[in-house]
Design a protein around this ligand. Structure first.
Ligand code: PLP
Length: 283
């Protein structure tokens, strides 16, 4: 299965990057993950807009415009046109002659895109939900940049794994912000609540879609801070991401959330989300 690297489509074995690439040496790059259903990327422009924001956040000019990305996506997805796939895009500040933290004068970014199959959700997730743990947010203060430097997220996600949990929900100064690889929603008294966008969390594309679907479904929504206490005593807790969609969290730190089962609001939103995907596949 070929991938896209710096203007060419090549077999993965042929795709080579220098050890002097700043992505390798410093994690000096940004990325995107775009889900695609039957060859149709979900919210392509929104993902590309977020990529532009991430690039701007690290002071790198966009190497490709949205209209230049589109045909690349089509070609990468065309090998398995009916499958659900995730597009992965990564742009680094490229190769520099020496390992110097300072930006090179005229950076030539390294641009990578590839598609991989997206696995179906395990039916047990919809039946029982998943377990999450809370962890102190040890990440930096620019979590709005989708940076390839993911060491804190790696350690947090592994810590959840070792606790037998699907996700680590991150708490900073008493506020629950998002998961290590997902956004966070709670339901209290029929209202859907998610933390506001800002530098301390990633502006999830799925998050925005969930808010839109909730508005259509007439579920009242609030974008406001969520305290760790509100998280624990919520009726429902969900996490969202492009590859995992919307997942109900039914145990937190070993304690049941609400009824301990996926809740009615989640069931409504999940139905809307599955319908949205079905429409996209048919589009
Ligand atoms: N927050 C973090 C830290 C993430 O890594 C991700 C995605 O992987 C998300 C939120 C969800 O973003 P999206 O819905 O755009 O996939």
């Amino acid at each position: 299965k070929e991938l896209y690297l710096n203007g060419a489509f090549v077999a993965p074995e042929q795709a080579m990057i220098s050890v002097m690439d700043r992505g390798f040496l410093f994690g000096d790059g940004v990325y995107e993950v775009i889900p695609a259903y039957a060859g149709r990327p979900l919210r392509e422009l929104e993902h590309l807009e977020r990529l532009q924001n991430s690039l701007q956040g690290i002071g790198l000019a966009p190497p490709l415009s949205p209209s230049q990305w589109s045909p690349i996506f089509r070609r990468l997805l065309s090998e398995t046109p009916t499958a659900d796939q995730a597009l992965y895009l990564q742009i680094t500040r490229g190769v520099a002659p020496s390992r110097d933290h300072r930006f090179p004068n005229a950076p030539v970014p390294t641009v990578l895109a590839m598609a991989k199959p997206m696995k179906q959700r395990d039916p047990a997730v919809a039946e029982r939900g998943v377990e999450a743990v809370t962890r102190d947010d040890i990440r930096w203060l620019r979590c709005d940049i989708k940076a390839t430097a993911l060491l804190a997220a790696v350690l947090l996600r592994q810590s959840a794994e070792e606790a037998g949990a699907e996700e680590a929900i991150l708490v900073r100064n008493g506020l629950a912000l998002e998961g290590s690889t997902s956004n966070l929603f709670i339901v209290r008294q029929g209202r859907l609540i998610t933390p506001p966008k800002g530098p301390l969390l990633l502006a999830g594309i799925t998050r925005d879609l969930v808010l839109e679907l909730a508005a259509v479904a007439k579920i009242p929504c609030e974008e406001r801070d969520i305290t760790a206490e509100e998280l624990r005593t919520a009726d429902e807790v969900w996490i969202s991401s492009s590859t995992r969609e919307v997942i109900p969290v039914t145990r937190l730190d070993g304690v049941p959330i609400g009824s301990g089962r996926p809740g009615p609001s989640w069931q409504r939103i999940d139905r809307c989300y599955q319908d949205f995907k079905a429409d996209l596949r048919r589009a």
